[in-house]
Design a protein around this ligand. Structure first.
Ligand SMILES: [Zn+2]
Length: 281
């Protein structure tokens, strides 16, 4: 009888495209999701000449889900809204260069999560390659720096912004930070780090994973590894001096903690990373 039930359960699991329930975790877990890639750009936008870089200035755009025993956090939410991606797997392109084939919500659902199970939303910054699906998480608590909030909703028109992707966040439950770090679950394992410069309230995500160790997701502090090695700042940064100051502070932080830093947009970095449903813990 028991075997029969097990067989039925196995058959049902095989039929169901998604696992029914999210994993119960004892320690924080990180999933890396596929939110598309970006066609090659002009490296001079990033302060670099073509001959100075190893790659072709094309980018990847991951999204990340952190699952902690006390809740969940989604970090960066893509560059093409789910609603614009066809169901048949054809690639959608917005703004001529931002591409995506995979929707974000089905990737979460495959892990057992829906927006209502996402406790916190945090984005590195307001640029449209990080905010595409933000409105889907208007029911989560949004963690944002005050300076970024002001840039997103204030009267001044900032570039590289798509306000329609995040306008529903205006009245979201919110944790507003004043150029400061924030320990999301109170145990030091998931920390939002203030990192202004690229945008006024740019931030990064620091994780202490039990097996992997300390890991920094650096938002767009760097895009191309040569920005770091040759000390170049993108021409479109909000404040280049502020970016440099944040970089100095971040490099010291990496030394002090021994953390690994993943340059989020860097294709070779991303290629070596395990993707969801695999995870880091
Ligand atoms: Zn970006």
């Amino acid at each position: 009888m028991k075997l029969r039930l097990l067989l039925i359960a196995a058959a049902l699991t095989a039929l169901c495209p998604y696992p029914a329930a999210a994993a119960k975790v004892k320690h924080p877990r990180l999933y890396v999701l596929d939110c598309g890639d970006i066609k090659p750009m002009d490296p001079t936008l990033f302060g670099l000449k073509k001959e100075e870089i190893a790659g072709d200035a094309s980018f990847v755009t991951p999204c990340y889900l952190v699952v902690h025993p006390k809740g969940t956090l989604i970090w960066d939410v893509g560059q093409v809204p789910d609603a614009s991606i066809p169901d048949d797997g054809t690639e959608a392109v917005v703004q001529d260069i931002l591409k995506a084939k995979r929707k974000l919500l089905p990737q979460l659902k495959a892990l057992g999560y829906e927006p209502k199970n996402i406790t916190y939303l945090a984005m590195s910054h307001y640029h449209l390659d990080h905010t595409a699906n933000a409105n889907l998480f208007a029911g989560s608590t949004w963690i944002v720096q005050q300076a970024e909030y002001d840039a997103m909703f204030g009267a001044t028109q900032f570039a590289i912004r798509d306000a329609s992707s995040y306008d529903k966040l205006k009245d979201s439950k919110r944790i507003t930070l004043n150029n400061e770090d924030h320990d999301v679950f109170g145990d030091g394992s998931v920390v939002i780090k203030t990192a202004p410069g690229h945008t006024p309230g740019h931030q990064m995500l620091f994780l202490r994973l039990k097996k992997f160790g300390p890991l920094l997701l650096e938002g767009d502090l760097y895009h191309i590894p040569e920005e770091r090695t040759l000390d170049r700042v993108p021409t479109f940064d909000f404040d280049a001096a502020m970016t440099r100051a944040t970089r100095v502070k971040t490099e010291a932080f990496l030394k002090e903690t021994g953390a690994v830093m993943w340059i989020q947009h860097d294709p070779p970095t991303n290629a070596k990373i395990r993707k969801s449903p695999e995870f880091y813990e």
